[in-house]
Design a protein around this ligand. Structure first.
Ligand SMILES: NC(=O)c1ccc[n+]([C@@H]2O[C@H](COP(=O)([O-])OP(=O)(O)OC[C@H]3O[C@@H](n4cnc5c(N)ncnc54)[C@H](O)[C@@H]3O)[C@@H](O)[C@H]2O)c1
Length: 493
């Protein structure tokens, strides 16, 4: 299977737009096709509205964004694409016809994936030329923020295609879950539907409102589900004997049972209750406003989970590791003047960094300086592998000088100068600049001590790490001492 530089999209509605935003953000070109020419402005709009949340997902260095082109000619899209993702309406006959059509124009080594929520890949590959490269890649809305994609092969799909598709999805920041046996609805939608069916019953029977049922999830199980699924959480709920105890205790309820298998009739009364209930919950907020709110908390949750290296946070962490490695590989020696401060981090200012005065709040300066320190760590070899050996660098002193305002619309970059180094310590001087006018907005001077973490005592750096810090320090030796370096706070009388 070929390396994916251009993603072809067939159908550019809600899901096609989400795929476009995600792929472009991670540097993949997109050629999109739809039967309706007016979908060009829709997809461009949906990419633009995904932008702010995507920009906040990670501060890791990204490749240049991909470019988006649109055509109503399916053959043009299929000939240009290295990987094709189909996102047309959920109708088996339509999908079979269009997938067959697209397969006639696509290169033989181009994977064709369907976003279908529940159709089986064996049915979809019926008339496809080269059915071994047809599979399901089922994403979740919003595709640009949720990492899950279910990868399902059909009877004639090759293992190589499943593997190559999973590799591509991982490359664009997703968690590719291989569904080993095709089944209608794959895995996730079967689970979601079971819950939704029961919701419809309870609303229909007047047991609870849509709000009450949503509250029953968001204040409880929903929080747990974000990082541990139902099974692992139930294992914890069973005390020392875990899942075995849970099954003994609650197993009998499954036979009563508490839930129903058949969906209720979708009567007008039930539809009205569902619509009125959710409208009341929306409380006058538009779909757009609610989407923005959803996107903001989805970004925030993934960033929190990253700290615990769990679930979607682990996916984000792995993505960032790769982005940092690729950025380091991209940085050609001649592009950087080693005698100057190193430009190590760049980030947009996030909305939650702003305080009641409309400026970036104090501790966020340290966060941004920390991004530069982190990038320097990687460069000198203090990375995950090094830390797993029980060695790390700890910050022991910091002095921040605030020089100009930073607002929400700003983006920032940080340059770093090594002011001093000995076997156990190094001293950094960060300069934070606004991207739009290069203004110096803050400086941060910090001292780091190299430690053996378990014993919490200082020890010399590994020789190769020390050599790298010394090399940067020597290369920057001609720089004048920064005026803010070595300053102390005090009121002159
Ligand atoms: N909406 C979701 O939450 C969601 C989530 C995961 C997967 N999916 C799946 O993704 C697919 C698309 O769903 P959606 O919600 O984006 O639908 P949508 O209605 O928003 O978009 C479908 C697009 O396909 C276009 N189209 C129709 N026939 C076409 C053809 N012959 N050639 C090219 N374009 C054509 C339409 O003009 C439209 O722009 C479905 O299979 C759905 O099951 C949807």
């Amino acid at each position: 299977m070929r390396k994916v530089k251009t993603l072809g999209l067939l159908g550019t509605g809600v899901i096609g737009g989400g795929w476009a935003a995600r792929a472009l953000h991670f540097g993949i070109d997109v050629v999109a096709t739809d039967v309706k020419p007016e979908m060009e402005s829709w997809i461009r709009g949906s990419v633009a509205s995904a932008g702010p949340a995507l920009a906040r997902l990670t501060a890791a260095p990204l490749p240049p964004p991909g470019t988006l082109t649109f055509t109503t000619d399916l053959a043009v899209m299929a000939r240009q694409a290295d990987f094709i993702q189909e996102n047309i309406p959920e109708q088996l006959e339509l999908k079979q016809r269009m997938l067959a059509e697209v397969s006639r124009h696509a290169g033989a080594d181009v994977i064709i994936a369907s976003s279908t929520s529940g159709l089986m890949p064996s049915d979809l590959q019926r008339d496809v030329v080269g059915p071994e490269r047809l599979l399901v890649g089922h994403p979740f809305n919003p595709v640009y923020l949720l990492p899950l994609v279910e990868v399902v092969g059909g009877k004639r799909t090759s293992a190589a295609a499943v593997e190559a598709a999973s590799r591509f999805y991982t490359y664009i920041g997703m968690h590719a879950l291989h569904v080993r046996k095709e089944i209608p609805g794959h895995l996730t939608d079967r689970l979601q539907e079971a819950l939704w069916r029961e919701i419809l019953h309870m609303v229909n029977d007047g047991v609870a409102t849509t709000r009450e049922l949503d509250e029953s999830i968001i204040y409880g199980p929903g929080l747990r589900w974000a990082a541990m699924g139902t099974n692992l959480i139930y294992h914890l709920a069973g005390g020392e004997t875990g899942m075995r105890h849970m099954l003994h205790q609650f197993g009998p309820c499954l036979k009563w049972p508490w839930t129903r298998l058949e969906a209720p009739e979708l009567s007008e009364t039930l539809i009205d209750r569902m619509v009125e209930g959710t409208q009341e919950q929306a409380a006058g907020r538009s779909i757009r406003a609610l989407e923005r709110l959803r996107d903001d908390y989805l970004v925030a949750i993934q960033q929190v989970l990253r700290q615990f290296d769990i679930g979607a946070g682990a996916t984000l962490r792995a993505l960032e590791e790769r982005l940092y490695e690729e950025a380091a590989a991209r940085a050609r020696p001649h592009a950087e003047d080693p005698s100057q401060p190193l430009r190590l981090a760049e980030t947009p200012v996030q909305s939650e960094w702003i305080d009641y005065n409309g400026h970036m709040t104090d501790h966020r300066y340290l966060q941004v300086f920390g991004m530069a320190t982190d990038a320097l760590y990687r460069r000198i070899g203090i990375d995950d592998r090094y830390r797993k050996q029980g060695r790390a660098a700890y910050t022991v002193e910091t002095h921040v000088v605030h020089l100009a305002e930073v607002k929400q619309t700003d983006s920032l970059y940080v340059t770093t100068q090594v002011l001093g180094v000995d076997p156990k310590r190094f001293q950094l001087f960060h300069r934070m600049h606004r991207v739009r006018d290069d203004a110096l907005v803050a400086t941060g001077e910090q001292m780091f001590v190299h430690v053996e973490a378990a014993a919490a005592r200082s020890v010399p750096m590994a020789p190769e790490v020390l050599a790298k810090v010394k090399a940067i320090h020597a290369a920057q030796a001609g720089l004048p001492p920064p005026p803010q370096a070595g300053r102390a706070i005090g009121m002159r009388t």
